[in-house]
Structures are given as C-alpha cells and as structure tokens.
Design a protein around this ligand. Structure first.
Ligand code: GTP
Length: 332
C-alpha cells in the first residue's frame, strides 16, 4: 500500500543482509519515486522518463506510471539476462514496486514482470502494511482483502509484513489473524453496515489466514528482520515444492493446447485445399521456433502434395521448400 514503508523496508533488508555479508541486488520498479534512499543496481528511471511519458501521451500520474511500466516490461528480457548473471553472486534480489495496487498488481506489465521473475527464480511477494492504519478492525479487513486479492492474483508464496511496529505493537493484528473470536470481539461494538460486512468477511477469510505467514517488523529500528527472513525461507520452500510444479504443469498445458490448435489448423487447411476453398488461419505467436519450422515444413508438404494432385507444372513449385521425399517422388 502507498506510504506503508516499502522503500524504507527495502533499505532495511539491504542493511540487514549487508551486515550478515550476504550480497543483495536491488531493483527500483517505481518510475515516479522522487528519491530512493538506497543505490539501486537497476532503476526503471534510467530507462523511462516518467514525466516525459505523461507529457507525450497526455496522461495523469497513474496513467504515467502504468505506461512507464509497460515500456519497461518490453525490455524486461534484458533485465532478466542481467539478473540471471548476477544471481551467481547475489543471494537475494529485491524489487521495490510502485505503491498503488492497480498500477502494479493489477496491471498487465506488473503481471508480466512478476511471472517472468517467478518462472526463473524462487519468488516471494512481501505485502507491506502500515500497522498504525490497521488498528481499526474495518481498515484491517480492507487491508486483508487487498492481501488476499494479491495472493490469489500472483499465486506466489506470500509474506504479510506489519511494518512500523515501533509506532504501534502489531501483536493485535497477529492475534486477529490467528483467532477470529478476538477480531469479532474488537468489532462487536460497531453496528454499521460496513462493520457487519467486515465481520462476515473475517469468517470468509479464515481459511486464507491459515495459509498466511505474517510478521511484525520496523523498517525504522530493524526489529523483526530475523522473523521476516525465517518466513521468506519457508516461502522459498513452498515455491520449490508447489509453485514450480504448478508452473511446469501450466507450461505443459499451454504447449499441448498450442500443438493441438496448430494441428487443427493444419487439418482445416488440408480440408479446405481439398475442397478448393480458402481458410483464414488465426495468427498465433509461435511457442517454440523449432516447433514452428517443423509445422511450416509439414504445411509445405501438404501444399506440395495438393499442387501435385492438381497436376500443376513443376516450375510452379519452389524447389527450396520441398523436402527430399517430394523431389524423389517427382523425378520418378
Ligand atoms: N516510524 C516508522 N516510520 C516508517 C517506517 N517505515 C517507513 N516509515 C515512514 O513512512 C513514510 C513512508 O515510507 P516509504 O518507505 O516512502 O513508503 P512507501 O511505501 O515506499 O511509499 P510509496 O512508494 O509512496 O508508496 C516515510 O515517512 C518513512 O519514514 C517504520 O518502520 N517506522
């Protein structure tokens, strides 16, 4: 959430790991941040000029951030190449994201960036909450709904971070997560519609809470950092055991869907040519270039055999596109 202390927390993580002599690689993904209190290794502001984007496209602040992120996402393969290289020497890579949920979590570029990272590295989402803004059970509930939506959107291992615990002890929030009755008691005196809704939502989210790792920290004092890294380590185990398998299954399904779609297209093409009609093929990006060239060869063969069956003169066929079987067949 905006102002919850994400940037300060990133700075604290960096300091904490530096003290333990564990090198970290820092990435700033917020194009609109004015000043970053650490020296990022990669900074979106070096690639995209947020103010210029706003001016050129006639956009407001949020539109400017989304468009800057979109532009950056188009170059994310270069960032990944760098990260993969640096992962040999760095234990942790930390991405500081823009605060507004709609411009990162719910944007296409945010999803591309998150999924690309997660397809290569064990990736953990840390959702930073301002504890002082959670004291009211209703605001606590709205924060938990955000957390839940991010968790289900990214489907990545998740750590809920109650920051600014130097200002307000976060124990009340950890208790509300563990024990619905204590939350219910806190909200019992409120009779507004929104309080009743929050009570019902508390029941709905009970299942979600059981899977949550929640820690109390202070980016200001450094309290709770060991708890945070314990939670991150557990989240990495979860990534390796569950997310990676899910990712591989999803990839496999996508490849299978693409292959069967291509085969259907080839069948339609062959049928269409036999009936002398025309088929407009859907233009779909190839998943795998070698698969694509194999299919091109196959469609070339079908085309060649169709033309032969129509007894077109030899010169109408392009020799380069024939395979050995076709050549052999015609010489005979
Ligand atoms: N007391 C206290 N203040 C904090 C803590 N963490 C951050 N702050 C203060 O909270 C304010 C916001 O902190 P940032 O780190 O800029 O928050 P952010 O989430 O990155 O902000 P946006 O990028 O604008 O969304 C600053 O004034 C920080 O000094 C903390 O643990 N304790």
């Amino acid at each position: 959430m905006a102002g919850s202390g994400k940037t300060s927390f990133v700075q604290r993580i960096h300091a904490h790991l530096h003290q333990k002599e564990r090198p970290t690689y820092l990435v700033n993904l917020d194009p609109a941040v004015y000043q970053v209190p650490f020296d990022p290794n990669i900074d979106i502001r070096d690639t995209v000029n947020y103010k210029e984007v706003m001016k050129q496209y006639g956009l407001g602040p949020n539109g400017g951030i989304v468009t800057s992120l979109n532009l950056f996402a188009t170059k994310f393969d270069q960032v990944m190449a760098l990260l993969e290289q640096r992962s040999q020497t760095h234990d942790y890579m930390i991405m500081d994201t823009p605060g507004q949920i709609e411009v990162f979590t719910w944007s296409a570029s945010g999803q591309i960036i998150t999924e690309t990272l997660a397809s290569t590295f064990p990736t953990v989402v840390a959702y930073v909450v301002d504890t002082a803004r959670c004291v009211s059970p209703v605001t606590f509930m709205s924060n938990m709904l955000y957390a839940c939506s991010i968790c289900y959107k990214t489907r990545l291992p998740f750590v809920l971070v109650f920051n600014k615990s130097d200002l307000v002890d976060a124990q009340f929030a950890l208790d509300w997560l563990k024990d619905y009755e204590s939350f219910n008691e806190a909200i019992a005196s409120e009779t507004t519609y929104i309080a009743t809704l929050a009570r019902s939502m508390g029941l709905v989210l009970e299942e979600f809470y059981t899977q949550l790792r929640a820690v109390a920290v202070s980016a200001f004092t450094g309290a709770g950092m060991d708890d945070f890294f314990e939670a991150v380590d557990a989240a990495v185990v979860e990534y390796n055991e569950e997310y990676k398998t899910m990712l591989q299954t999803l990839r496999q399904k996508r490849v299978e869907a693409e292959t069967s779609e291509r085969q259907a297209q080839l069948r339609r093409l062959a049928e269409d040519m036999q009936s002398g009609g025309h088929t407009i093929l859907n233009a779909r990006p190839p998943l795998d270039p070698s698969e694509d060239s194999r299919l091109e060869e196959e469609s070339g063969r079908i085309m060649a055999s169709f033309l032969r069956s129509q007894q077109l003169p030899h010169d109408d066929l392009d020799d380069d596109e024939e395979d050995d079987d076709d050549r052999h067949h015609r010489h005979r």
